[in-house]
Design a protein around this ligand. Structure first.
Ligand code: GDP
Ligand code: ZN
Length: 295
């Protein structure tokens, strides 16, 4: 005998995660509606930017049934868990400022994570109106420009125009320590209307999480940006030693050229990286960051 199935009352809807807070998510469906959702069971994490299939519930909410394959996933991790930052992004924008001082180590960590996901990196030096400290910071950051990363200097308070062409056709994610001016940048970028109508606190029926969530905003038909919570740490537990070295772009040409093929680039004789540092072909600062992270 055949098995007959009842016509489903509602079929799954495809959408994109536009806000993520712990266990609640806001999904923007293909029809443009915003649906408050939870994850089915204990399936793995889901991040802002993820494309998902949602089963609507009778109460007008939804259950995330499926996460579609990702083109990229930016996340950090420590020994115990992973923290997803954003999915399907094509560009990571690292926001720094001279005041309060930024962590160059954090920049190196973000870059290594981005490189390992083949995501483009842009560094924005904000608060350029603070001329003297900005010039010092700019000297430090020139190293990254020499490595091939775009470095943009601007003042989110006065003019974000220089940033706009860099956002075109990308799904970007803004990352950085708190205090660097990410909120100021987002406020300048996103018309108040979209911030209001995305109605997170309304849709999720609570305003409690407003400081710890990630949000996705549409800039135009092809350009979107995700604002992520400020971070002080960027754990790279998920990246092994070789992948970490690969995340330092200028190291790549020396890979496999050390005397020992299991060289840890710590203090071994015949280390091609150490020699490149001595000959001034790799910056001693970058090598020191690598060695610190590799530990
Ligand atoms: P967030 O923690 O990264 O979101 O940083 P905020 O956007 O809250 O900014 C932190 C502080 O820096 C606030 O007092 C801002 O007014 C200030 N700030 C942001 N952008 C600029 C800027 O371009 N120039 C100056 N001088 N201050 C800025
Ligand atoms: Zn080596």
């Amino acid at each position: 005998m055949r098995t007959l199935q009842r016509v489903p009352t509602t079929s799954p809807i495809t959408g994109q995660i536009v806000a993520a807070f712990g266990r609640s998510f806001l999904v923007k469906t293909v029809s443009g509606a915003a649906l408050s959702c939870v994850m089915r069971g204990k399936k793995g994490g889901v991040a802002c930017g993820d494309v998902v299939e949602v089963q609507p519930t009778e109460s007008g909410q939804g259950v995330i049934e499926n996460i579609m394959p990702r083109s990229a996933l930016l996340y950090r991790s420590d020994a115990f868990r992973e923290k997803l930052i954003a999915a399907n992004i094509t560009q990571v924008i690292i926001v720094v400022a001279a005041v309060p001082s930024f962590s160059e180590e954090l920049i190196n960590r973000c870059i290594a994570a981005a490189e390992n996901q083949r995501i483009k990196v842009l560094i924005v030096l904000n608060k350029a109106d603070l001329i003297q400290p900005t010039s010092t910071a700019s000297n430090i950051l020139s190293l990254y420009r020499e490595l091939g990363y775009s470095l943009l200097q601007l003042s989110a308070k006065t003019d974000i125009e220089p940033l706009l062409p860099h956002l075109y056709d990308h799904l970007s994610v803004l990352v950085g320590q708190s205090g660097m001016g990410k909120s100021t940048l987002i406020n300048a970028l996103i018309p108040a209307a979209e911030r209001a109508t995305s109605g997170i606190s309304v849709a999720l029926d609570t305003g409690r999480h407003t400081t710890t969530h990630a949000r996705l905003y549409h800039l135009d038909d092809n350009s979107r940006i995700i604002d992520s919570p400020g971070m002080q740490e960027f754990g790279l537990h998920h990246i092994d030693r070789d992948a970490l070295a690969w995340g330092f772009v200028e190291f790549r040409q020396y890979m496999g050229r050390c005397r020992f093929n299991n060289c840890r680039h710590a203090n071994e004789p015949g280390c091609a990286l150490a020699q490149a540092v001595q000959e001034g072909r790799i910056s001693a600062r970058r090598f020191a960051f690598y060695q610190k992270l590799a530990k």
